[in-house]
Design a protein around this ligand. Structure first.
Ligand code: ATP
Ligand code: MG
Length: 290
């Protein structure tokens, strides 16, 4: 569960990017985040990723008040959140394989396991033949898929996608959304920022609209228009291989005992020696503020 209470974000130059934003996204929900350029979509995603801190208000993720999360705990939170950036943010001198493998390497997974997971995932994204390519040698669509693979390789509880179809032709854009919907069906909470209204209308998922940093509309999930949620042809982007992957955070848990997203989320904080269940009203500030 992601909860925002009266969140305000003012950048140092005085821009109010988010204004008194209160909203809630349930675990496993798929949400489009829309609004015109400058409305605050990327800012909201950056706050959830703790790449920026809110100026005022509270943000709770899985019961944790991330507004007051210590810097040292941020990497543990991020293990549970995959982010697909508006500008990909691939490492130019690393191969496709390495760009995706890096977070697993940091987590200390063995080389064989890393290779299996990364290759399976990239195969499913039809990039199996580009493992050794450098990002600069890929098309925009291919780079986007590498960015998606990197965001998914940890099997995060939450996936944030910032304009994931922005640089793609409509067909590939559609494929990417289908893929993100698939990820959502597996229990991951997915938030997709996009100003492509046509795309949003096709799928009928819950849609939060920002306007000048405020929540202008919260449109609930609708019955999809005909064709909206249909699966593409079998040879389209496919993450089936990923189903067999084992989340290293859950390696000791019995298979399928709990939805992966929920199970994955609590552990890193436990590893960090911190409680996972922090009621909203308990201000972490007392414990964690410097
Ligand atoms: N680092 C920053 N410093 C100062 N102002 C910023 C910064 N990042 C964003 N802004 C401003 O905050 C507001 C919200 O920007 P944000 O990037 O969140 O919008 P957006 O909805 O993602 O827009 P787009 O659709 O163009 O990506 C804008 O007025 C923007 O100029
Ligand atoms: Mg943006």
């Amino acid at each position: 569960m992601i909860q925002l209470y009266h969140v305000h974000k003012r950048y140092p130059n005085g821009t109010d990017a988010l204004v008194d934003l209160t909203l809630r996204v349930r675990e496993g929900e798929f949400v489009f985040l829309t609004g015109p350029s400058g409305a605050g979509k990327s800012t909201l995603l950056r706050l959830l990723m703790v790449m920026e801190r809110a100026t005022e208000g509270q943000i709770l993720i899985g019961g944790r008040n991330i507004h007051v999360l210590r810097d040292a705990s941020v990497p543990f939170l991020r293990r549970n959140i995959g982010m697909i950036f508006q500008d990909f943010k691939l490492i130019p001198r690393r191969t496709v394989f390495d760009n995706v493998a890096i977070s697993l390497e940091i987590m200390g997974l063995g080389r064989k396991d890393i290779a299996k997971r990364v290759e399976t995932l990239l195969d499913g994204l039809r990039l199996g033949h580009r493992l050794d390519a450098l990002p600069g040698d890929l098309s925009a669509g291919e780079q986007q898929r590498v960015a998606i693979a990197r965001a998914l390789v940890n099997e995060p509880a939450i996936l944030l996608a910032d304009e994931p179809t922005g640089n793609l032709d409509p067909d590939l854009g559609n494929d990417i959304i289908q893929l993100l919907l698939d990820v959502g069906r597996r229990g991951t909470t997915v938030i997709v920022a996009t100003h492509d209204v046509g795309l949003i209308q096709r799928y009928g998922m819950r849609t939060l609209t920002l306007a000048r940093g405020q929540l202008a509309e919260d449109l609930p999930r609708q019955a999809p228009l005909r064709g909206g949620l249909e699966r593409g042809p079998a040879d389209r982007l496919d993450l089936l291989g990923q189903a067999a992957m084992v989340n290293p955070l859950q390696a000791s848990a019995p298979a399928a005992a709990e939805p992966p997203a929920a199970a994955a989320f609590s552990e890193p904080f436990a590893q960090a020696g911190e409680s996972t269940a922090v009621p909203a009203e308990q201000t972490d500030a007392k414990r964690e503020a410097p």
